[in-house]
Write a protein that binds this ligand. Sequence first.
Ligand code: BGP
Length: 468
Amino acid sequence: MRAFDSNFIFGGATAAYQAEGAVNIDGRGPCYWDEYLHRPESRYNGDIASDFYHKYKEDLQLSKDFGVNGIRISIAWTRIIPDGKGEINLKGIDYYNKLIDECLKNGIEPFVTLHHFDTPLPLYKEGDWLNRENIEHFVRFARVCFENFGDRVKKWITINEPLSLALGQYVIGHFPPNIRYDIPKSVQAMHNMMVAHSKVVELYKSMDLKGEIGIVHILQSKYPISESEEDKRAAYLEDILANRFMLDACLGGGYQAETLKVVQDILKANNGSLEIEPNDMEIIKSAAGKNDFLGVNYYASDFLAHYDGETEIRHNGTGDKGTLVFRIKGIGERVINNDIPATDWDWPIYPKGLYDMLMSIKNDYPKYKTIYVTENGLGYKDNFENGKIYDDERIDYVKNHMDAILDAIEDGVNVQGYFIWSLMDLLSWTNGFNKRYGLFYVDYDTQDRYPKKSAYWWKKVSENKKLI
Ligand code: BGP
């Protein structure tokens, strides 16, 4: 039977705001989610979340016990620099020192993200990634992290999912500042994030720290719902904007002419344009070859149909199946493929889409070095009875996606690790706490952890390096 390499990372992923809680402790400043999720109408917030801030030793012990040998954590910018650009908070540095040391003590490799959707509130109010000054503040924050943790952290991720962040903030509008349907703003924010990413890669490489650095993109395959030329065109357009635009920047060394033309056509249809400053493309080009790895987050693929109306999006943030609407002017419409199962949140479950994505990276961006699948997992309303969680659906989901990775490895793709989203149950940005992903169930009343059936399965896979 096919096996994973002996060094393969069987990781669990988390992010600071979604897991840590402890938002007012040890000098942490607010990020924009703190303010936003304290509106009277909010159904939930991250004040306590999974209390990872206090429970990390227990979570790392559980990780070790269940064969998790890598962890994605993110450093909350506002614990290190509470207002984003001013004084450094030594208590924040102290906390991450302890967390990183505890990972290493347990033999769990930390993959550390610098920006996981959590810009400090004051910088967010000054325009967030639409304000070019944010780039320089971010580079400074990165430097502080590299100086303090770079001796022990060997895997750095600059930014998590520029596309999801930009769509959430400016198109879907379910992330603050809740702007809807402004495609040009989202494209500008994505570009600015790629400039920021490139500058941080250059900085890291100039510091000679002997670790590796990369970026995490959400990469979902796009398929036409039919063989019609119009549907094929819709899939092509969405692939360019969602996938190629970002991959061209971080692996290709700059936007290919065709990519830029398509993006500009989409922007024109949406009455906007992209501003690229004089040195941007040089910085992007120079940094591209220095990326050590690409993180691929993959949950679902999308099936596209032709659509030539106005943008209209309805987000399914409750798990009421069949409520999602996603139509973008100048691109197309995501539609249900009746042959493919979907989650309660209307995410099509399609492992082959992961295989296809990995193959297209290998074929179209042959200079990539290493890939980690940095997020994959099943959001589910887990059933908790007498301390037991029989999450067979999650096991099937993860197994089928890992199998697709093995197919890709067999066909020549260099994949070195897989991180389940998520290590333990944690906050889902736009769904709250009822959409669970963890290997470990969190009882939010007590903060007690319970290994799910999937955790027992995971342990065997990690020990044997084989799917069972
Ligand atoms: C990714 C994010 C994660 C996580 C995950 C699941 O986009 O990087 O932070 O939230 O998606 O998404 P959701 O919580 O919306 O189901």
